[in-house]
Design a protein around this ligand. Structure first.
Ligand code: 6PG
Length: 479
């Protein structure tokens, strides 16, 4: 039989995607490096599906109709290169190779360029939604060779999640590594959202002394408003899971966060390209700090922390925490979109920001009603320089501001670390400051390193230097 698509890699994500393709009427061939995994998959999970098991790559490629479409679901990194090396000699010009893993976008860019020489059409496709999404409808962010997309577009739109208006969350993102880049930003935003929710939780639990059930109910209530999102929803659910002895399961989970690297890539890319992606970067550092568990235990014994009573004026503070979460989230997305704007310029990608928001409305981890507001903002002005210039978001920030400050002060009074909420507030205050104290930084740089400065009252093309330690005379400097 001639299959429509081959799925290479039958981990949780690969097997669920294979089942999803099969559910939608596609003939699927599957292969895993370990034959017993393939056998187990077709005998159990895929027992009712017309899925063709292959036990060698030759068999896998031979099972496909032409042009061949091979979908890889492997661990990001060297493994993907090894698989490409293995498949390369078996593929023919015009065949389509798709990497659906969480690959680093620069790797995708490199592989796309390399495979173009062999006339193999390469796609780097970001897929979000975890195992549930892979099985029943993920959000799909395709990039790579534009000529590879039309032949496979229908297959991917069939398996994608659908937003409430019925539109599949799957649209062409851009050339080369653009799909994986947008997936990377998605994951960075995911880190930010998660950290913000964790901070709100600690403010409620430790700052206000709220009971677990009350916190769960609060998240459930918030999930009906502008904060409505998958992550808030699962948080409420997590806060209701108890051990046999009645204690909260969450309280038994080690407070050391793991990370596979996509958040770190997002932050590193921001530093590289010079985008002030402060919230996501703080979220990455918060995970790093959390993982220093033993050192934190030692420091808590050495440095202590004066005990403070939880605060009792609950209702207004709870509203303040809500507003802080909402406002910080706006800042995080504004920063993420700023970074994509920068990347679009740098890599010459035509990123349609409104469409990216649409892609994230369903299926993915950051899905939320908020993304419809972002789409509407880009509909109002496709060239919007920043979400913060949109009236809807500017008004929302203004309305949330007092509560946001109050919540950050609650954290300060209660010794609760709020790296995401407080850095978001600092960004907001900095971004809307026509004047910042960076003139002092420039003077200091000029003082110790003769790095020069510009003057606001003269032609800013001209550089100046002051003999700070001598006669304090100011001289023009040729650059
Ligand atoms: C998704 C998730 C997915 C994965 C993260 C977890 O969109 O489905 O983002 O890609 O769960 O990679 O990342 P960390 O292990 O870094 O938290």
């Amino acid at each position: 039989m001639s299959c429509d698509i081959a799925v290479y890699g039958l981990g949780v994500m690969g097997s669920n995607i294979a089942l999803n393709f099969a559910d939608h009427g596609l003939q699927v061939a599957v292969y895993n490096r370990t034959p017993s995994v393939t056998r187990e998959f077709v005998d159990n999970l895929a027992a009712d599906q017309a899925i063709t098991a292959c036990y060698s790559v030759e068999e896998l490629i031979g099972a496909l109709s032409t042009p061949r479409v091979v979908f890889l679901m492997a661990k990001a990194g060297r493994v993907v290169d090894l698989i490409i090396e293995q498949l390369g000699p078996l593929l023919e010009p015009g065949d389509i190779l798709i990497d659906g893993g969480n690959s680093y976008f620069q790797d995708t860019q490199r592989r796309w360029t390399q495979l173009r020489e062999q006339q193999i059409r390469y796609l780097g496709v970001g897929i979000s939604g975890g195992e549930e999404g892979a099985r029943h409808g993920p959000s799909i962010m395709p990039g790579g060779d534009p000529a590879a997309w039309p032949p496979v577009e229908d297959m991917f739109r069939r398996i994608a999640a659908r937003a409430d208006d019925g539109e599949p969350c799957c649209r062409w993102v851009g050339e080369g590594g653009a799909g994986h880049y947008v997936k990377m930003i998605h994951n960075g935003i995911e880190y930010g959202d998660m950290q913000l929710i964790a901070e709100a939780w600690q403010l409620m639990r430790d700052g206000l002394g709220m009971a677990d059930d009350d916190i769960a109910d609060t998240f459930t209530e918030w999930n009906r408003g502008p904060l409505s999102s998958y992550l808030v929803d699962i948080t409420a659910d997590i806060l209701r899971v108890r051990e046999a002895d009645g204690s909260l399961r969450l309280d038994h989970i080690l407070d050391a966060a793991g990370q596979k690297g996509t958040g770190r890539w997002t932050a590193a890319d921001a530093l590289e390209t010079g985008v002030p992606l402060t919230l996501i970067t703080e979220a990455v550092f918060a995970r790093v700090l959390s993982s220093m568990k033993n050192e934190r235990i030692a420091a808590s014994a050495r440095l202590g922390r004066a005990p403070v009573d939880a605060e009792t004026d609950r209702a207004p503070l709870l509203a303040a925490i809500h507003d802080a979460l909402y406002a910080s989230k706006i800042i995080s997305y504004a920063q993420g979109f700023l970074q994509m704007r920068e990347a679009a310029g740098e890599h010459d990608w035509q990123l349609a920001f409104g469409d990216i928001a649409l892609l994230w409305r369903a299926g993915c981890i950051i899905r939320s009603t908020f993304l419809d507001d972002i789409k509407r903002a880009f509909d109002r002005d496709p060239a919007l320089p920043s979400l913060l210039f949109d009236d809807f978001f500017a008004d929302a920030l203004q309305q949330a501001e007092d509560g946001w400050r109050e919540a950050v002060m609650l954290g300060i009074r209660q010794r609760i670390p709020l790296p995401a909420m407080s850095s978001a507030l600092s960004f907001y205050d900095g971004y809307r400051s026509a004047v910042l104290p960076a003139n002092l930084l420039q003077a200091q740089r000029d003082y110790f390193g003769a790095h020069t400065y510009r003057r606001i009252d003269r032609d800013q093309a001209l550089a100046w230097h002051t003999h700070w330690t001598g006669d304090r005379a100011e001289v023009p400097v040729d650059e």
